[in-house]
Design a protein around this ligand. Structure first.
Ligand code: ZN
Length: 120
């Protein structure tokens, strides 16, 4: 990967703001979907207990639960992928700058993995 130019402070901050926006938007979707569908499953279980015979109830509940797990896994994957797409990376080595690495880059302007210039 050829080295890129270091970020300006404004460009770096724009990436941080984009990460926060994705975390807020996608995190809200993840919480609403997982909690809302979790409660919907409880209602379905109560309904199935009252209206379905044992084998049919198990098939329905198992299928719905597997579908719920797949949906939550897809939403988690989407959450991580979208954050990775906007998170700043080191122009020299390509390391993702998150957590402590991000704070070190802000304070020193350098990558904690390779020492390269991150912020001009
Ligand atoms: Zn680096």
């Amino acid at each position: 990967m050829p080295p890129r130019l270091p970020y300006t402070r404004e460009e770096f901050q724009a990436h941080r703001d984009a990460v926060r926006a994705v975390e807020r938007r996608e995190g809200r979707l993840l919480v609403v979907a997982s909690v809302g569908l979790g409660f919907a499953q409880l209602a379905l279980l109560a309904w199935a207990d009252a209206h379905l015979a044992h084998p049919a109830r198990l098939r329905l509940e198992g299928g719905v639960f597997i579908g719920y797990l797949v949906l939550v896994a897809v939403l988690l994957w989407r959450f991580q992928t979208r954050i990775r797409a906007v998170r700043p990376t080191c122009p020299a080595c390509g390391a993702m700058l998150e957590g402590v690495s991000e704070r070190i880059a802000i304070a020193s302007g350098r990558c904690d993995a390779c020492g390269g210039q991150v912020i001009a």
